[in-house]
Every structure is written in structure tokens, then in C-alpha cells.
Design a protein around this ligand. Sequence first.
Ligand SMILES: Cc1ncc(COP(=O)(O)O)c(C=O)c1O
Length: 582
Amino acid sequence: MSPLLCRPPAISSARLPIAPPQRFSIAAATPKERDRIYQIRHEVYADEIHQHAVNEDGRLHDALDQANVYLVAKWDHELCGFISLTPPAKTPYSVEKYLSREALGLPDTSKLHEIRLLTVRKPWRGSEVATLLMYAAFRWVESHGGEHIVAIGRHELLDLYLRLGLERGGSVIQSGAVTYHLLARSVRALREHLEGFENLMGRLEEKVDWKLSFGFRKPVACFHGGGFFNAIGPRFDHLERSHAIINADVLDAWFPPSPKVLAAVREYLPWVARTSPPTACEGLVEVIAQTRGVSYCNILPGSGSSDLIFRALRHWLTPSSHVLVLDPTYGEYVHVLEQVIGCTVDRFLLSRSDQYEVDMERLEAALAGEYDLVVLVNPNSPTGRYIPRDHLVALLKKAPVSTRIWVDETYIEYTGAAQSLEPFAARSENVIVCKSMSKVYALSGLRAAYLCAGAHQLEALRSITPPWVVSLPAQMAAVEALLDPSYYQARYNETGALRLQLKAGIEALGWDVVPGCANFLLCHLPVPGPSAAQLVEQCRPRGLYLRDAAAMSSQLGSDTIRIAVKDAETNARMLGILTGFF
Ligand SMILES: Cc1ncc(COP(=O)(O)O)c(C=O)c1O
């Protein structure tokens, strides 16, 4: 593999023809397994450690078992161990046999779960079963919205509990011949603690057949800009602040939508708000097809390209799929591919020494790699570099038709509408253009986008598109916007001039600015000086929101900032704020 192609070390098991090794399974106990659990409780807590008296029935259970959840670890159908959970309820927790709720000193009992009865049968002691069960119990609480965990841990297992992040609550409890310690921690603190154990988590994940209704891993969301909503208030309490803050962390247009867009939506707003839109966006699709010179069947509408990215990629790809993406690039792609679907993703590394320009020969060689999908963001974010249309078409004609090629043209109008691949994609077998209408038509808040491709690529996606996928104001706005190209062309021309002014101003601060072509600039900060993360923090109290670009790449260092181009007055304000730090 080329040194400039980067592949994650994990080997996709779907590519290996060998049977998966046998693993511990973790599942919720079935009603039938309850009796076996009560027998094992007797074997361990009565016969072995003498916490309870031996009884004739040979079983131990208690009133809490009605409300308790049991999770079990099994090896080839044999029960190796279990753990029990007491969710918040009116009934007391087990620990209340020894301590009052007040003495527990825990903040909110409506979000408090007790973990109890971690039990591992003799043959499996010292294996990973205890850790797996504890982690499963933690994930149970976390995934069910719990905020605090309390437990009493046997003295002999104290080290294990402390290693997993629980903390001693001070009290020591004697029950029969057994000494217990009170343990507690917030779920948030436990999650942070676990973050330091990525290797252990990876090993456990390999060894477990996880049969619970929630994932082994807590699902993560892709990081985006939008931090300025903290200033406005997530419930929009301070919309007046929208005039003062500078949201240069997102790439929304600096200009308003066409006056025709605003007039149409404004005039009919009460009706627009209460009326169901055309079910399949029929009129909008017609206008897109007409203005782009393609047929109706070549267009699939979506509520923003984010909707289309999730809908299409999850429909086409599986964990055994193999995908190539640029690096750096727009972060949602790697998130959906790796975190949501679980594909193997190769990165086509772009380097600072080439100003992040795509080397077409190298890309041509990489495309021969029989990928299921190749994602090309053109112009690319956060670099702002683009591949001219003719070069890209020549390259794509040589790519294997079995490889779907997804070209994200969110920012293409800034290079000239003639640069778009839409008509080419509509005629091709395997090229799909994803067109966001957010950034270049100033419609980010309304949510409208579409795919343009051969009808055969869209057929299956059409059947999984919900009715009314684009809201009525968004459909109306998108139609008006597409019918007013001269207004937008004038704004794109202005953006070019504003970008050059901003670039010159930033360079005067000593930053190294990549020569972008769209409504944003990627910059390397000077050294010595604050890191990107520090600068983002420092600017926030002054109402300036910037984007640390590190998360959009496996290779960008801690010194890259992406900044949106704004109108002349706002650009000057941004430069004024930044001058204070350089
Ligand atoms: C390259 C790229 N693609 C897609 C999107 C998502 O746009 P939308 O608003 O259409 O979901 C963005 C947003 O920043 C982007 O930069």
C-alpha cells in the first residue's frame, strides 16, 4: 500500500474465511435461568462464603428479585456468572438493609441504580468474566438513563471495583462472615474513567458475544460546529444575540437567501406552517431537474445532505464494505462509515506540503483498489481545495464501475456552477453527486438537499425515503432559490473578494493560510502561539466561534483552524479579535 494511504490496523473479520473463535456471551437472564442463578447464589453465598445460612431448598433469593434485572455470562450454554441491577423504584435498594437513604449521601435517587451480586463460578474466577459483567451492568445503567451507581463490594474484590472506577463511600458493612465496602460513582465520572482503558475495551469487545438490547459501546455522535447555540440558548431564549455572535465555526452562508425566497415563505407563513408539503417533493424535483439539465428520475430529495448521507450509505454498505475517503475531509463521512456502519475505511492522505491538493495520479492508482465506495468532497472541507471538473471526469471514467463514487458538491458553486458533475453523474453508472442546498443557497436552517445520479442508483433509495422528507417552507424556498441564479451568482462573486481580504488579514497575523476556493479558509497557526483548541476557547467569550479542524483528519495536528468567510464588517471584527492574541 502506498505510504500515503492509511488503513486502520483492525482486520475485518468478514474478510477472513475462518470461523470466529468461541466467546463468552453476555445476555439478560431468561426466566428459566433465574432458578439456576438462585442455586448458584446458595452455592456461593451460603455454602462457600457463609454470608447466609444454608437452607434445605438449596436456593437463595429475596424480595428485590421481583424488580431486579439479572445479566448473565455464559460459555457454550454454561452459566459462568451473573450480576444483578436494582433500577430506581419505590422499593428499597439492597444497600438500605445497612444504610439509610440519607446516609448513602447520593444526590438523586430517581436516577440511582444499585449493582449487586457480582458472582463468578469457581472455574471462571480470574478470567475476564467479572470485568465483562461489571461493564455490562454499567452499560445497562448508562443506556437506561441512570446517573448514579451504588454498590456494596466484597472486601476481597475491592481492587477490581476500584480499578473499574467505583469509589469508596466510607462505610464498611458486615453481613454474616462477609465484609462489604460501600461504593458509588456518577455514570459520567465512570464513563470518563473508562475512556482511559481503550485497550482493555478493545480486548473485551473481541472476546464477547454481546446479546443485550443496547450496544457494547456507547454510540458517539460526530463532532460539528454550532457551539454558538450555547450563547443563544438551545431553546432560543436569546435570539437577539444572533446579531452579535460570529459563528465562523460553521460554513453557513454569510448572505441572506434570495429576496424571492423570503417573500414567498413570509407571505404564506401561517398556511406554510400548518400544511403538509407535496409528499415526494414533486415540484422541487422538477425544478432541480430542469435547472441542472437532467431528468426527474435522476434526482432524489433529502432533508439536508446529512439525511442523504445516512440514508444512502447505510443502505448500500455493510461492516464488510471497504471505502476510500480523503483525509482531511468532512467528518460526518468517517463517522457514518466507521462508527455507524463499521466499514473498513482507507484514508487518502493529503499533505500540507502540497497545500492539500489532490494528486490525481495517486488517486487514480488508489481507485484501482476495488472499493465499494469512494467519497470525494469537492471542493473539499476543511481544505477548500478542489479538483477541476475535466480532471475529475477523466479520472472517474477510468474507475471500476463496481465502485460507487460519491461526489459531495456542497461548495461547488463557489468555483462556478459549470464545475458541477451533476449531468455527468446522471449519465454515469456509478457516480452520485450529493448536493446540499444549505451553504450556497443560504438555506442551512431549512434543510434541503438532493442526490443526482443514474436512476438505477436512486431506485432503491426512493423506496426508503419517508413521505414529506423536505418541509414545506424548505421546498418552497429551494424552488425560489433555484429560480434566482443571478442573485446567488452575485453573492458568490462577492464571497471570492471577501475571502481574499480575509486571507490577507489572517496572513498579516502570521498564520499560514491554505489557498481555498470556497466560503472558508484552512489555516495553520504560528508557533510559538496558542494551539487551535486554546484559541477556540479564548475566542468564545468574545463571541467568536472558530473550528479546530483536528477532528476532520487522522493527521492534522493541533494547529489547524477552519474559519468561515463573512461579510466585510464581520471579517474586520474577527480580525480585530484575533489580533489580540497574535
Ligand atoms: C462537505 C459537506 N457535506 C455535507 C454537509 C452537510 O450539509 P447539510 O446542511 O446539507 O446537511 C456539510 C456541512 O457542513 C459539508 O461541509
